[in-house]
Design a protein around this ligand. Structure first.
Ligand code: SAH
Ligand code: F3S
Length: 482
């Protein structure tokens, strides 16, 4: 199971739940890409729930089909285009059907979607979901509708997301939107706009609400959670200078994490995604002090070579990254890490590639999410650099990186064997319906036999007796006694 990206099998899956019985219209809502998109879809479902729509799993019975899309790599966009062409026949049969594109592809392609793709009636960017009711009035009157205006303020703080297709145990809570980092390869700053933080009080209220509804684990979400900063409700202009503003009122990510850990003391807390440039040792200290914060950080690095890191504008060196990792290991015992890597970025040499492999060995990541570089139109890398690594070289290097991560994962999983772990029951194992699956604090997946009286959401102590490359094999009770 992947924590950062939605489980591959869920990509493009539509989710539905029973909503307002009085609603008569049907919405088919399908999400692609990162956790943020899945979380945004819950906001969209909530807004449309108030407009008379309940969700359905069957596109053929929908009045409105929405795809929440991803632009991060070319392949992600191709998948969405293929899906849209599948809806062509449905639309021919039922002229009243409205088809819309939401999210990053909507933002990137804007009106091009309406011009090029005759299949789409509605284009809505990530900051314009509140405008959906107005836009739908336009499409009801037979006109195409578009809103791709990005906002510096929108956080949807007051919208209570409809929890779609979840297990009722784990949920996402968005804390920041957008990204100001401008990594040269990345399209996100262009599709999701400027970074902004959500009011901490609305975050705490949402977390408490989730606990009261039976949820046992939350993941605080943002493109770059570590740069979370809330100025106590005042605008920057209300303060004489930045230092005064921070001293008086600012809530940093470390502070927010602590506030959440205290507000819902029995809730498991995770967060994603961290950026090495913005990560502080304060965060590690808070993690060490609160047992309910999971001992796991997804800390993308993208490359082990300083030359590549500089070209990527990551704003840290290999050495700084490694010292951050050492500090975390020192302050948070038993901590685990996962990575994102981009393979074959502009000008990557064999030596750069070897540096990526050696960094991975040094950190010993539990997991990794590894991608061949995909040039994205409009990004600084597209404008100023040459995508010069041949596809076969990218693929060979990617295969080497994936193989090494496999070895490291197996080694890390072996390290969890021979002791008991607290596992949150998140569902039934896909391979064996008599077994539960869940994760330990370090985010490693564990499967074990079900026992009478146990249910989803229970926290159980499981003795790990073995492992595969990515999964822990556990057993309960008697066998835990050595
Ligand atoms: N901070 C974000 C990162 C978004 S992109 C988050 O919350 O996840 C997710 C990952 O996709 C990046 O870390 C990077 O490894 C990969 N990625 C981004 N742009 C890419 C590109 N042009 N080609 C290949 N991989 C890319
Ligand atoms: Fe993209 Fe870098 Fe932000 S990877 S989302 S620009 S931190």
């Amino acid at each position: 199971m992947q924590d950062k990206y939605i489980d591959e099998t869920k990509q493009g899956e539509a989710f539905a739940i029973a909503e307002k019985p009085a609603n008569s219209k049907k919405l088919f809502l399908e999400s692609y890409g990162c956790q943020m998109n899945f979380s945004d879809s819950e906001i969209v479902a909530s807004i449309l729930n108030e407009q008379g729509y309940n969700t359905t799993l069957k596109p053929e019975e929908a009045d409105l089909i929405l795809l929440n899309t991803c632009s991060i790599r070319e392949k992600a966009e191709q998948t969405v285009r293929m899906r849209l062409s599948q809806f062509k026949n449905l639309k021919k049969e039922r002229p009243n059907l409205t088809v819309g594109v939401l999210g990053c592809m909507a933002e990137r392609l804007k009106t091009k979607f309406l011009e090029e793709e005759q299949l789409v009636d509605l284009v809505v960017g990530p900051d314009a979901y509140r405008d959906l009711p107005n836009l739908l009035k336009e499409t009801d009157d037979g006109r195409d509708a578009i809103n791709v205006i990005l906002s510096k303020e929108e956080t949807y703080a007051d919208i209570n997301p409809v929890r779609l297709g979840g297990n009722g145990v784990t949920a996402f809570v968005t804390i920041t939107r957008g990204c100001d980092n401008m990594c040269t390869f990345c399209v996100v700053p262009f599709t999701r706009g400027r970074e902004r933080s959500r009011d901490p009080h609305s975050i705490i209220e949402e977390c408490k609400g989730l606990w009261n509804s039976g949820y046992k684990e939350i993941t605080l979400l943002g493109q770059n959670v570590d740069s979370y900063l809330w100025y106590g409700g005042g605008a920057k202009k209300d303060f004489k200078n930045a230092t005064e503003m921070q001293k008086l009122t600012a809530v940093s990510f470390a502070k927010l994490l602590e506030m959440v850990a205290v507000a819902v003391p029995e809730m498991r807390i995770r967060f994603s995604t961290s950026n090495p440039h913005d990560m502080t040792t304060e965060v590690f200290k808070v993690m060490a002090e609160h047992a309910n914060i999971c001992k796991y950080i997804h800390l993308p690095v993208q490359s082990g070579s300083n030359t590549m890191l500089e070209k990527m504008n990551r704003q840290h060196t290999r050495e700084e990254y490694l010292s951050l990792i050492s500090k975390a290991k020192e302050l948070v015992p038993d901590i685990s890490f996962s990575q994102d890597m981009i393979i074959g970025f502009c000008g990557e040499t064999e030596e750069d590639h070897q540096l990526t492999l050696s960094l991975m060995r040094e950190v010993e990541y539990d997991y990794g999410y590894m991608f061949a570089y995909s040039e994205r139109p409009g990004t600084p890398a597209h404008k100023k650099m040459e995508d010069d690594i041949p596809a076969d070289v990218k693929q060979r290097r990617l295969a080497e990186v994936i193989a090494l991560q496999g070895e490291l994962s197996r080694k890390r999983m072996e390290g969890y064997v021979g002791r008991s772990h607290e596992i949150l029951i998140e569902g039934t194992s896909r391979k064996n319906e008599n077994q539960w699956k869940g994760r330990n604090s370090q985010n490693a997946v564990c499967v074990f036999d079900k026992q009478v009286g146990q249910k989803l959401g229970d926290m159980v102590s499981v003795f790990v007796y073995g492992n595969t490359q990515g999964t822990l094999l556990g057993t309960q009770a008697t066998s835990a006694v050595v």
